[in-house]
Design a protein around this ligand. Sequence first.
Ligand code: BTN
Length: 321
Amino acid sequence: MNLKDNILAELLHSENRYLSGSQLAKKFNVSRTAIWKCIEQLKAEGCEIGAVTNRGYILLSMPDIFSSNYMETLLKDCQTKWNVQFLNEVDSTNTYAKRLASQGAPAGTVIVADKQTAGKGRLGKSFHSPSGGLYFSIILRPDLPLKDMMSVTACTAAAIHQALSDNHITAKIKWVNDLFLNGKKICGILSEGSFNAELLSMDFLVIGIGINIHPDPNLPEELKPIVTDIQTETGQILRRCDLIAQILKHLETLLDGLEKHTYLPIYTKNSCTLGHRVHVKAEHGECDALAVGFAEDAGLIVRLDDGTQEIIRTGTAQIID
Ligand code: BTN
């Protein structure tokens, strides 16, 4: 880290205490003028830094910038070696991450973009991805049987739920993996992967997450009744680096407990699908049924009108009442 980033890291960790210029100068073995110059640079980049004679500097606010060093600071206590890479613009972070994964990028590689020109949604749909939203893809190489792969995505939905809760935002999880606020979608997840036919297991999994942070003035007309964003619903403006770090930390914990399905109580408790009648479109056909529970891998258990139960693992379940 260079001096400026080191100072930012110190300010971030000072927990609302003033840090004196001479303390910082001593710590990094530089002059107080060098410290002052870095503070001015940080201010020019949008950081609001208070300065009081004889007390020093305090970080009052930080802009929503992509910073690898800041990210490293946020993730320093994680077990996983997260490697977060930032892009201004890309076709799709999933496509980019899949390419890296097939070239051998390790688990824990995370690709973040400010904007996607060809964002992808589930079932071949596109995902509207204007600048300022949160779009990122995580490369995982889980050592799991194929049948457990679905739970990795559900686990991610639970991790996002927990990260939003850390910010006092209570979202609902709509099966399979959408997150909703006040009845409208704020987040979608698209998992893709590469299957190794010889080992009958996945080589890698790419979990793509799209979260609407701010209102989008150009939101397509047809999406307006069903899509919203965190700022509109809560008045909060979340910094993307902070939210990514919170999600990755929860994901690390929940993936650790995947075999014991520790994500399932979170997934179940916060589901907006359970207890509702749903219109199911699955590979074997369509029907209306009552959503009554989740299997251990987050497959949706539905009760059909003849009283029999089925577990749905692919397709959609649209809530009808
Ligand atoms: C859905 O709602 O159908 C899933 C949307 C997933 C969108 C994310 S944004 C980051 C990653 N890159 C993509 O192209 N898609 C996923």
